[in-house]
Design a protein around this ligand. Structure first.
Ligand SMILES: Nc1ncnc2c1ncn2[C@@H]1O[C@H](COP(=O)(O)OP(=O)(O)OP(=O)(O)O)[C@@H](O)[C@H]1O
Length: 581
């Protein structure tokens, strides 16, 4: 089956649950069209019988019937439009939700390879294209199709020879449409890809507006966007040329229909083989055929656009989920140990982690330290299943982490990472994110525990304030504290904190870590920090250098060893005046 047919076949799966409503809609549309198509036939009766035989009674009767068909047509049109709107909204909601629910379950590796703009374009713009097609194009296409079928039937009944003569034009029309179709589709696809690139560019630039201002790059940014737009304009112009050429040829061919009708029909009337009423009615039907065919030609081009949108949506839906495979198992028992067993990992062929061997025992507190870029966050991503080891494996109670179902694993784990997800709502709601069972009062207590405001602040009022997009109304340190407050509400077996206090003052950091380590809310804790002060809470420190574990032990062990750890924290140790130093 060609890919276009397959796309529509897949899309019709979304229409299947509404079959009986669609059947009703089709019936309403057929009746509406039948009412609309009746008038030329009445004209034939008026010309050939009423006027010739001077029947006034019949004239009044026919006028009454015509009036009734007009009213019927309006009523059927309103009912069909309402029903259609309901069906299309249901279908679109299902499609949009399915897409969103699928995308958020895709593996992290998928998001690392994709631009945000491309994803937003597919999830928003492409879905909107399908929405427009569903709420306008498709209904018009079907409606025009029904009109054409109705017209063909009536014209065959009226004068089949004349109809067969004008039929010769239609194969030419289909040849034209088919000839231009691949070109239109290819160019539409290119336009969509470029649009999503531009959207990605705009999203990136607007979200980093601060840096455009700081670096004074207004002219540069304007120039880059101008180039992107110029390219898009060129693509759009090519598309317009191909589409308008195809449409122009089709419309020219359609315009031949009344010409042929008049020529052949007029000849038949002169010969006495056809009545004037039949010719006039046929001509009216032939003229009526012109408009729906012209619409169908335009709508066909729009449906090609829609099929491109659908194929881009289905491409996302076809991406395999991380944890859809039934072979994954849920981790029901408590974590006893997590072992990195000869684990290596590369980013685009660049080795980042090499042959790591280490076991984290449950109930202990660890720190991972190392220079920037040494691979600490990559280890966190491996523990979260966001990265998959290239060689070796991670064993949880002796079972491969890759075989453990992601949702059950995430119920055991809280990760406070370098970036934070803040949304424009109150502080309380931001803290409660992911913990719907928690109470607002618990969120207020968490805000206090992380010292979000000064000690004498009115927490119950201030935690009800909105924080703005991405927490724009908070300071850097407050954002970190809010994120830590959210962490506090989760009580999981394992807590990983990756550079969570870099923008927090040392007094608050001490209080927060004290709370996290002493509250007993988390059984096992792994922290990543460049601050010496944070390390005093842990029992074992692992030193990473260029993706290898080069040392591990207690802080005093590592200081006395005078190796990597000492070099890494030399200046901080001097400042702290550590006795062992
Ligand atoms: N998505 C990515 N694609 C390509 N390379 C990456 C990616 N993420 C990280 N890296 C590379 O992997 C290496 C390790 O990065 P990682 O973030 O784990 O370091 P880190 O020790 O956590 O650093 P920091 O202390 O600065 O946060 C770095 O060289 C980095 O450039």
């Amino acid at each position: 089956m060609d890919s276009r047919k397959l796309i529509w076949k897949r899309f019709f799966v979304f229409l299947r649950p509404y079959m009986k409503y669609e059947a009703l809609l089709l019936l309403l549309m057929i009746l509406g069209n039948a009412a609309a198509l009746a008038s030329p036939y009445f004209l034939k009766i008026i010309i050939d019988h009423v006027l010739v035989e001077k029947q006034l009674q019949l004239l009044l009767g026919i006028l009454a019937v015509i009036l009734a068909t007009y009213i019927l047509r309006v009523l059927l049109g309103v009912a069909a439009e309402y029903l259609y709107s309901w069906i299309s909204n249901q279908v679109l909601n299902t499609l949009s939700l399915k897409l969103f629910n699928h995308v958020i379950r895709l593996p992290m590796s998928f998001f690392k390879e994709r631009s945000l703009g491309d994803l937003i374009h597919r999830m928003n713009n492409e879905v909107n294209n399908v929405r427009n097609a569903l709420t306008g194009t498709l209904i018009n296409f079907i409606n025009n199709g029904i009109t054409i079928i109705g017209l063909i039937v009536i014209m065959c009944v009226l004068e089949i020879r004349l109809f067969l003569a004008i039929c010769l034009i239609y194969p030419l029309l289909f040849i034209t449409i088919r000839r231009f179709h691949p070109q239109i589709k290819a160019i539409t696809s290119k336009i969509r890809t470029k649009e999503s690139e531009i959207l990605g560019h705009l999203t990136e630039r607007v979200s980093n507006i601060r840096f455009i201002k700081l670096f004074n790059t207004y002219l540069y940014e304007g120039g880059v966007l101008k180039d992107q737009f110029s390219f898009l304009v060129k693509l759009n112009m090519n598309g317009a040329l191909v589409r308008s050429t195809s449409k122009g040829i089709s419309i020219f061919l359609l315009a031949m229909v009344p010409l042929v009708t008049l020529g052949l029909g007029g000849w038949q009337v002169i010969k006495g083989a056809m009545t004037i009423g039949t010719l006039i009615a046929f001509l009216q039907y032939a003229n009526k055929l012109y408009e729906p065919f012209q619409n169908i030609v335009s709508l066909y081009a729009e449906l090609i656009n829609t099929s491109v949108s659908l194929s881009r949506i289905f491409e996302l839906l076809d991406h395999p989920l991380q944890f859809s495979d039934g072979s994954y198992v849920r981790l029901e028992e408590k974590i006893n140990s997590i072992t990195l067993n000869n684990v290596s990992f590369s980013h685009q062929d660049k080795a980042v982690i090499s042959n790591l061997d280490f076991t984290f025992e449950a109930g202990r507190h660890y720190a991972i330290v190392g220079a920037s870029g040494s691979g600490k966050s990559t280890i966190v991503d491996l523990l979260c299943k966001f990265n998959v080891p290239a060689t070796g494996n991670i064993l949880v109670n002796g079972r491969d982490l890759q075989s453990i179902d992601m949702e059950s694993w995430m119920q055991k784990l809280t990760v406070n990472s370098q970036g934070y997800f803040l949304f424009n709502d109150t502080i309380i709601e931001n803290i409660r994110y992911g913990q719907p069972a928690s109470t607002p009062q618990e969120a207020v207590e968490a805000a206090k525990a992380v010292r979000l405001f000064s000690d004498n602040a009115d927490y119950s009022t201030r935690t009800q304030s909105m924080i703005g997009d991405n927490g724009v109304k908070l300071s850097g340190g407050q954002k970190q504290k809010l994120s830590l407050g959210r962490t506090l509400l989760r009580k999981t077996e394992l807590l990983i904190i990756d550079e969570a206090t870099s923008e927090t003052d040392s007094k608050s950091e001490d209080a927060i870590y004290g709370h996290l380590f002493d509250s007993g809310a988390f059984h096992t804790i792994i922290i990543i920090s460049h601050r010496l002060s944070a390390l005093k809470h842990v029992q074992e420190i692992i030193v990473i250098d260029a993706g290898n574990i080069v040392e591990h032990g207690t802080m005093s062990d590592l200081i006395s060893r005078r190796g990597h750890f000492l070099r890494l924290f030399e200046s901080q140790l001097q400042l702290a005046g550590t006795a062992a130093f």
